[in-house]
Ligand binder design. Structure first.
Ligand SMILES: Nc1nc2c(c(=O)[nH]1)N[C@@H](CN(C=O)c1ccc(C(=O)N[C@@H](CCC(=O)O)C(=O)O)cc1)CN2
Length: 280
């Protein structure tokens, strides 16, 4: 077997967090504590875990986190009221609404209500548009994490054929845009794509963002391809059949310990960026 590079998300996440320490101290010397407000609606246990992980990561770095937990019966209007209060609160630098929300809520309307200056999670259409045009401050955190991992491991993107499997608004679409902005040739596959495997077979870079456990098969992988698995299926299972794909890939992220930890560190980075901008 040729040498494989395991793209270690914990190493990258620690590098991102190390860069933030001095910046947070400098803000605190000016009397500013970066503050992220997290909103969790309902009692989905995975969502509760992710929000808790974000809060713990904030606490470790000295970022304040305000955790707002709303009842599962919350209406869109009640959620909008909460978001509007946070928009007006000068001490809050970032707002994160955990996805998914219960079905009675208009999630898109709620995302759009987040002040663009506080959209550190990159969920507004304005933020997405800026990301797509190449000058967004805060791309969605998982796409930002994927790009950061490749930057950290000096993986060339320019001129490569990147195949993104998935087209969700906070993952597949923005990561396709970020890859295009780095001069990759991008194919975005989705649920209506006929024979997804035919596209994946051509990929130099595979981004798995489909939300189905072990969806990407080893036999689809071109020898030497780079694979980034953004899946977070129940039981900590990624979208990539890891062992089979590892055989073919030159570099691959594991699940857990790959894209996930970097996603959280990018959220912290965006919150610190926002606090710095607000304190100027
Ligand atoms: N508003 C948002 N909602 C959601 C996002 C998002 O970016 N913004 N992404 C996902 C879930 N997610 C963050 O919210 C997330 C999922 C998994 C991980 C992670 O680090 N997983 C670990 C394993 C988990 C564990 O240890 O229990 C790993 O991969 O190592 C981070 C973030 C949906 N919602």
């Amino acid at each position: 077997m040729s040498k494989k590079l395991i793209l270690d998300g914990k190493v990258v996440a620690n590098a991102v967090k190390d860069e933030l320490k001095g910046r947070i101290s400098a803000l605190k010397e000016k009397g500013v504590t970066p503050c992220l407000a997290t909103i969790l609606v309902g009692d989905d246990s995975s969502s509760a875990t992710y929000v808790r992980m974000k809060g713990n990561a904030c606490a470790k770095l000295g970022i304040e986190s305000r955790k707002i937990h709303l009842d599962k019966e919350t209406t869109t209007e009640e959620l909008l009221e909460t978001i509007n209060k946070l928009n007006k609160d000068k001490d809050v630098h970032g707002i994160l609404l955990q996805h998914p929300v219960p079905s009675q809520i208009d999630e898109r309307k709620a995302f759009e209500a987040i002040d663009i200056e506080k959209d550190v999670d990159g969920v507004t259409s304005f933020g997405y548009g800026q990301t797509a045009l190449g000058f967004g401050k805060y791309p969605s955190c998982t796409p930002a994490a994927i790009m950061r991992i490749m930057e950290h491991y000096e993986i060339e993107v320019s001129g490569k054929h990147a195949v993104v499997v998935g087209r969700s608004p906070i993952l597949g679409k923005p990561v396709s845009a970020l890859l295009l902005n780095k001069d990759a040739t991008v194919t975005t596959c989705h649920s209506r794509t006929v024979n997804v495997e035919d596209y994946v077979r051509q990929a130099d870079i595979v981004i798995a963002a489909v939300g189905k456990a072990n969806f990407i098969q080893g036999e689809w992988i071109k020898p030497g391809a780079v694979i980034l698995d953004a899946g977070y299926n129940k039981g900590n299972i990624g979208d990539v059949d890891y062992e089979a794909c590892l055989e073919k890939a030159s570099a691959i992220t594991p699940v857990p310990g790959g894209v996930g930890p970097v996603t959280i560190s990018m959220l912290l980075k965006h919150t610190v960026d926002s606090a710095e901008i607000a304190s100027r």
